[in-house]
Design a protein around this ligand. Structure first.
Ligand SMILES: NC(=O)c1ccc[n+]([C@@H]2O[C@H](COP(=O)([O-])OP(=O)(O)OC[C@H]3O[C@@H](n4cnc5c(N)ncnc54)[C@H](O)[C@@H]3O)[C@@H](O)[C@H]2O)c1
Ligand SMILES: [Zn+2]
Length: 363
């Protein structure tokens, strides 16, 4: 078995591969292996990633494709909207891309979500490939098939499920990623361990130094395990009717903080803070020991993730938490932990319990 490739179920009996590599060269063979060579391609990227990697990627792609066009938009969440999608459609039409064309998303989660949505809707859906370049997009957003954009102030309000034909990671792209962005990805990595794999959680904490030095072999096993876990959850529950909700561990209170802080804190940082609150609530229910709780604080701290937030009022955080879309018939769907590596959805978490967890993360 090639440990650099993970096969993930797309639908029915179809699988697609996720590659964990340290260069772009292997993408040519990966494309051939899926029978996707000979198609016209459009690389979609942002203004930070394109200058770093687009040319390199394009020269590899030209060995398997007759033409490669490039669509670049301004980096950042504020570009993840229908205006940019419209510009993408225009560029696709101008470059005569048809139903057989292939979109290649080169960048972080913003590029992946937007390019994926473009691919899901252009000519009623064309194929696309993910080439994720942030840790967050490698461990989280490039797996699962959710694509979409924000609408007005509402995040991910418009979207579609559309699975990529293949995901190809060049782990060396992480070398140019700012440390803060790397930390954000680690927030999702820690979350993944806490959801369902205590051995993995310990592995991530014990290998902190090598992971932060970007040791490719360790990164590769770490990222692969995250993809495996997420893909497994998604495969069992593609449309989020049950188990997939576990992936929201730390996100319910995390999203509330993200909103109240007007997105000044990064998503992964808010997730870490949300994990601490969820851990405190779990501890109050005697589901976590003090030692386990401290292990979670430790994990976030060693990866330079915040464990508290300043200048917020508990009542405001509670209100924002309850406005989150993870509510079902007035009951909040909250993910709790039972020890490190086991989690479950609970619909009985009371306002008092939420406030107890929220108090823990406010300074
Ligand atoms: N579809 C899903 O299932 C899913 C899951 C989680 C998050 N998301 C979405 O993902 C987005 C966040 O993704 P993100 O954190 O990757 O953000 P991002 O795409 O904005 O990337 C963060 C920043 O890093 C830059 N960057 C990317 N790769 C780089 C590299 N290798 N070197 C230097 N700079 C680089 C980008 O230009 C950007 O400025 C959000 O919009 C979120 O909603 C989607
Ligand atoms: Zn997240």
């Amino acid at each position: 078995m090639d440990t650099n490739v993970l096969q993930v179920k797309r639908d029915g009996d179809f699988y697609y591969p996720i590659y964990f590599k340290n260069d772009f060269e292997g993408l040519a063979d990966a494309i051939r292996a899926e029978g996707l060579n000979g198609r016209n391609l459009c690389i979609v990227s942002d203004t930070t990633v394109a200058p770093l990697y687009a040319e390199q990627l394009k020269s590899v792609l030209l060995t398997v494709s007759p033409s490669v066009s490039l669509f670049v938009f301004e980096a950042g969440e504020s570009s993840k909207n229908l205006n940019t999608v419209q510009q993408l459609y225009k560029a696709l039409i101008e470059n005569k891309h048809d139903r057989k064309s292939l979109i290649v998303a080169l960048g972080g989660g913003v590029v992946g979500d937007l390019a994926g949505f473009g691919a899901a809707t252009y000519l009623r859906g064309i194929d696309f490939i993910q080439v994720p370049t942030t840790l967050l997009s490698q461990v989280d957003s490039s797996v699962g098939g959710k694509t979409g954009v924000d609408f007005d102030q509402y995040k991910n309000m418009v979207g579609a499920f559309h699975q990529p034909r293949l995901v190809y990671m060049n782990l060396n792209t992480l070398r140019t990623l700012p440390a803060e962005q790397f930390a954000c990805g680690m927030g999702e990595v820690l979350k993944t361990g806490l959801i369902c794999d205590s051995a993995f959680y310990n592995f991530v904490c014990e290998n902190q130094q090598k992971i932060q030095e970007l040791d490719i072999s360790l990164l590769s096993s770490m990222i692969r395990r995250c993809c495996e876990i997420k893909a497994g959850v998604v495969e069992r529950d593609p449309k989020e009717q049950g188990e997939r909700a576990l992936l929201n561990l730390g996100h319910t209170i995390g999203h509330a903080i993200e909103k109240l802080k007007n997105f000044q804190l990064l998503h992964g940082q808010c997730v870490a803070i949300g994990l601490i609150a969820a851990a405190k609530i779990s501890q109050k229910r005697n589901l976590l020991t003090e030692e386990e709780y401290q292990q979670i604080v430790h994990g976030c701290s060693i990866y330079h993730l915040p464990v508290y937030v300043t200048d917020l009022a508990a009542e405001d955080v509670l209100d924002a938490t309850k406005k989150d879309k993870k509510m079902e018939q007035g009951q909040i769907k909250f993910v709790l932990m039972k020890g490190i590596g086991t989690s479950f959805v609970d619909r009985t978490v009371s306002d008092d319990e939420l406030l107890y967890g929220i108090q823990e993360i406010l300074r």
